[in-house]
Design a protein around this ligand. Structure first.
Ligand code: NAD
Length: 424
């Protein structure tokens, strides 16, 4: 296997760690991207993504070969596509980046190549959309080249599970393709590789995993809204339910779901199922509930300010966090953006602070950020979780909206500060 040369197409959150891993495992590996800026950074050992693990790995690796020149595909035997699969404004899948990457690969395709799609897609994409593009080369899938799907499960910022040790599942168009893909992934991961009987099953696996998460988060968000009306703290209830040693799995409510996966992937399945005559009521409802959370959070700001006889208009409010989750600098689909937008429309005297994204912050540090009447926690960055109630008191904060239920409610309330969490 090690004599094979690998090319990773798309060097982002998924592709870049894979490039590092493939190199570390001894494969001659190239990276292909359309961004000159990204390629230059990577070739200089600098990670375009703020992630300690990735930054350290890239620094250690010598001679990383990233390029925007697609002729590098000619030198490669295993080509892995990790480009974005976003949705448009109407929540429809946007496969343009994936189709464009497949066209690029098609132009350089050779007999014997193994093409693996890692981008998250709806079931059928690899066979119905990618295969015909690759076959424009004149080569036949399953006969002249091999085509497989292997979803990525990387969770940026997760200290335990990463590209090195996550189990993989693969599906391929032919048994030889399946064997080659499973052999490759088996040679780079320290975990298991499960071979599935079809490409569609592998594609559906990823969508099911992320939809499972979206639905469970929607469930706790709904419980949070309900319990809030009854004066029950949902965090206590989840702690209580978590003592059940089987069947219950804790998920936590919050100001909204973000990121390139959970907020996007369900729409891929919803859209494909609709094409096949099936309506995903449950998935649509989960999306609707989770999409309602930024607005719910803004309503909490209004309620909190009402309690001190203020309105949002002209009140000094700081939104803490832009990233969609703690410890990362990724703002894709972040609920913070919607919260900010809505507060601006209501006329707030707004500041924004995210220590991971200083270029988009309006103040330079947390100390300055806390010069406000009201703070809204939109991201559970460690820097925010460690804010002490006494600091809030000293800063004269009057209202705390804890969109991540991560602050010391009791301590904050004991200082006479209005506290509102999500179902807490
Ligand atoms: N971010 C995650 O945590 C995660 C986890 C699992 C799966 N995924 C899936 O993996 C895929 C990639 O996501 P990501 O977060 O790494 O995206 P990303 O935006 O971080 O990176 C994608 C990269 O692809 C490049 N690119 C775009 N079009 C290209 C083309 N035609 N040719 C070559 N390069 C191109 C971009 O310049 C960018 O560098 C998506 O389908 C996503 O749903 C993401």
């Amino acid at each position: 296997m090690l004599n094979k040369r690998v090319c990773i197409v798309g060097l982002g959150y998924v592709g870049l760690p894979l490039l590092c891993l493939s190199m570390e495992k001894g494969y001659e590996t190239y990276g292909l991207d359309i961004s000159n800026e990204r390629v230059e950074l990577i070739n200089n050992g600098i990670s375009p993504i703020k992630d300690k693990f990735l930054e350290e790995r890239l620094k250690k690796l010598k001679d990383v070969e990233a390029t925007t020149d697609s002729s590098v595909l000619k030198k490669s035997d295993i080509i892995i596509i990790c480009v974005p699969t976003p949705i448009d404004a109407q929540y429809n899948p946007n496969l343009k980046p994936l189709q464009s990457a497949a066209k690029t690969v098609s132009k350089e395709l050779k007999k014997g190549d193994l093409i693996v799609v890692e981008s998250t897609v709806f079931p059928g994409t690899t066979e119905e959309i990618i295969k015909p593009i690759l076959e424009e080369s004149g080569l036949k899938a399953g006969k002249d080249f091999y085509l497989a799907y292997c979803p990525e499960r990387v969770d940026p910022g997760n200290k335990k599970w990463n590209v090195n040790n996550l189990p993989r599942v693969v599906g391929a168009l032919s048994s030889e393709g399946l064997k080659q893909a499973a052999d490759f992934y088996g040679s780079i991961t320290s975990s298991d590789v499960l071979e599935l009987n079809s490409v569609k099953a592998a594609e559906a696996t990823k969508i099911m995993e992320n939809t499972f998460r979206d639905i469970n988060i929607a469930f706790v968000n709904e419980m949070a809204k309900s319990f809030d009306m009854m004066g029950i703290d949902i965090t206590e209830v989840i702690k209580g339910a978590s003592t059940k040693p089987f069947a219950f799995m804790p998920h936590w409510p919050g100001c909204g779901v973000g990121g390139h996966c959970i907020k996007v992937d369900p729409y891929y399945l919803i859209s494909k199922a609709k094409e096949n005559g099936f309506t995903h009521r449950f998935l649509n409802l989960a999306r609707e509930i989770n999409n309602s959370m930024p607005h719910y959070t803004v309503n909490k700001v209004i309620e909190g300010l009402n309690e001190i006889d203020k309105s949002v208009k002209d009140t000094k409010i700081t939104v803490l966090g832009l990233a969609y989750k703690g410890g990362v600098d990724d703002i894709r689909e972040s609920p913070a953006l919607e919260i900010i937008d809505e507060l601006k429309k209501l006329g707030a005297d707004l500041n924004i602070f995210d220590p991971y994204i200083p270029e988009k912050s309006t103040v330079k540090d947390l100390n300055e950020a806390l010069n406000a009447d009201c703070i809204v926690i939109a991201t559970d960055h460690p820097e925010f979780k460690s804010i002490k109630p006494v600091e809030l008191k000293e800063k004269g904060i009057k209202v705390v909206i804890d969109g991540k239920n991560c602050l010391d409610k009791k301590g904050i309330v004991s200082f006479g500060i209005v506290y509102k969490g999500i179902g807490r």
